[in-house]
Design a protein around this ligand. Structure first.
Ligand code: MG
Length: 223
């Protein structure tokens, strides 16, 4: 299961800019969103934290959430074409190889809303590689997402998968912690914004500076 931002691609702040535009439109302010650290957080949590700091009540946030999400997806759909989207080295090749294997299921595990994940991946023709996913709108905390993914795997493939057979790939300490929390194999990649030494301190099972040496990654699947 792959994280998206910093792991598969870098959409160069298209997401952040869209969230800020949508929030400004719906709430008239962006709270402290411009200063917030988005890293590892799910989209709903980013919205909650930012708006709560501005003094909005939970019920006001909830009342406007549907509209806010719709506006966010609208802006993201526009901005994704304005900002340069970079797919990291080896990703496409790796996904192409893995997609052909019938002993592998490719999934997403991301804090993005389902729709924003789709917008970001579709622009580089990568969305269709994934047959399932767990997203920010499934659970507010990243650590709860593996269980959601497990249920989806069960529904789609009729397999009660063991987490030791699941690889969670991400670019932040939160992806590593999430994998460990679930008992999955953690693969950290250095393509995001986190220095390698910080990632290595979390003791991921494997670390790759990027996935350009995807043959090396494929060896993990032999165990
Ligand atoms: Mg990430």
């Amino acid at each position: 299961m792959f994280d998206i931002d910093g792991t598969i691609l870098n959409c160069n702040s298209a997401g952040r800019a869209s969230l800020i535009e949508a929030t400004k439109e719906v709430f008239g302010t962006v709270g402290r969103m411009e200063k917030l650290d988005f890293q590892g957080k799910t989209d709903p949590v980013i919205l909650q934290e930012s708006l709560q700091i501005m003094g909005y009540k939970q019920e006001d946030i909830e009342k406007n959430l549907k509209n806010l999400k719709e506006r966010y997806f609208y802006y993201l759909g526009e901005n994704i074409h304005k900002y340069e989207v970079i797919v990291y080295p080896g990703i496409k090749e790796l996904l192409q190889i893995l997609k052909k294997r019938d002993d592998i299921a490719l999934g997403l595990l991301t804090g993005n809303f389902t729709e924003s994940a789709k917008i970001k991946l579709s622009v580089c023709n990568l969305f269709d590689y994934f047959s399932f996913g767990a997203f920010g709108d499934d659970a507010p905390m990243r650590n709860l997402l593996p269980e959601v993914a497990k249920k989806r795997i069960d529904t789609i493939y009729k397999i009660d998968i063991s987490f030791k057979d699941v690889i969670i790939i991400g670019d932040t300490i939160y992806d590593i912690r999430c994998a460990k929390y679930a008992g999955a194999v953690s693969v950290a990649v250095g393509t995001g914004w986190v220095p390698a030494d910080i990632l290595l301190k979390e003791n991921p099972d494997y670390f790759f500076p990027d996935l350009s040496d995807f043959q090396q990654f494929l060896k993990l699947l032999e165990d």
